[in-house]
Design a protein around this ligand. Structure first.
Ligand SMILES: Nc1ncnc2c1ncn2[C@@H]1O[C@H](COP(=O)(O)OP(=O)(O)OP(=O)(O)O)[C@@H](O)[C@H]1O
Ligand SMILES: [Mg+2]
Length: 266
């Protein structure tokens, strides 16, 4: 199993043929290597979430191909892709069952992929998650029997992250998953993210509006603008890059300032 993904010339025009036509993806190509952890930045409306929706099969592309682990999934139904692609959004309740306990939610996420009987989270997984939750210091480790709907936003996001990764997806997509949390909780969930992605060697794309964490986390950063990838930095170049450098480079490439109502520079 590999998380290698090739996006080839993706194009998506919403409301095509109307005066409101909007090119949300404009010839996007990206080669994601197995194990890459890519952070994704860009102004409001740049096409970041649309890129994720394309990968998840939420709509039909106008052009382009998506190849995941050597398989062309361009026309594969979204529910089939969901077996291989974990995702997490800003809203902590999306994708969880609020009336079920954390443990039941985890078991459900696990068995959906493994097609085993319902409560099949094995002891090793369970101990591993308990340890992670303990380190997180959000008081979650003793609340595996608590209903999901009763948790705080940060606790839910942490539990959702574990749900999204428990079945070891080929690819993990995080769309501003800490944007609705207070800064201290956001830091905790980001550090959990880093640990889970590393421990499970996941291939991950993470949209963020926090330029500092975009450069600090992962191994590669891409910046989108008007449906295109305008910057793609990694390796030595990225290792020495400051937020200011990134903003200057973006300006040099696009002729614009990076402008996001939620953009944080620190
Ligand atoms: N279902 C849709 N129908 C029509 N237009 C859409 C649809 N989804 C997205 N768009 C448009 O496509 C463009 C890209 O939107 P997208 O949500 O991908 O931006 P984004 O980079 O995620 O922005 P943000 O940082 O605000 O989340 C925007 O102009 C948006 O209005
Ligand atoms: Mg978005």
């Amino acid at each position: 199993m590999s998380g290698e993904m090739k996006l080839v010339g993706l194009k998506k025009v919403f409301e095509k043929g109307t005066p409101n036509a909007k090119t949300a993806l404009d010839d996007v190509s990206l080669h994601v290597q197995d194990g890459d952890f890519i952070t994704v930045l860009g102004s409001n409306g740049a096409g970041k979430s649309t890129l994720f929706h394309a990968i998840l099969g939420k709509f039909r592309l106008d052009k382009g191909r998506i190849i995941l682990d050597g398989e062309d999934i361009t026309r594969q139904k979204d529910y089939k892709r969901a077996l291989n692609i974990g995702c997490l959004y800003q809203n902590p309740m999306r994708g969880t069952a609020p009336n079920m306990t954390i443990e039941e939610n985890l078991a459900l996420a696990y068995t959906r992929k493994a097609r085993r009987s319902f409560f099949a989270v094995n002891r090793r997984d369970s101990a591993y998650f308990r340890d992670l939750l303990k380190e997180l210091d959000l008081g979650l480790e003793d609340r595996l029997k608590t209903r999901m709907g009763l948790l705080s936003g940060g606790q839910r996001q942490a539990a959702s992250l574990l749900m999204a990764t428990i079945a070891e997806p080929k690819l993990l997509l995080l769309d501003e998953h800490t944007a609705a949390l207070d800064p201290a909780t956001a830091e905790k969930v980001l550090s959990l993210t880093r640990r889970v992605v590393e421990a499970r060697r996941l291939t991950c794309l993470m949209i963020t509006h926090n330029m500092r964490s975009a450069l600090e986390m992962g191994s590669r950063t891409i910046v989108m603008d008007s449906g295109r990838i305008v910057l793609d930095v990694s390796g030595e170049e990225r290792a020495h890059m400051t937020v200011q450098d990134l903003m200057s480079l973006f300006h040099a490439r696009s002729g614009k300032e990076m402008d996001n109502d939620r953009m944080l520079l620190w």
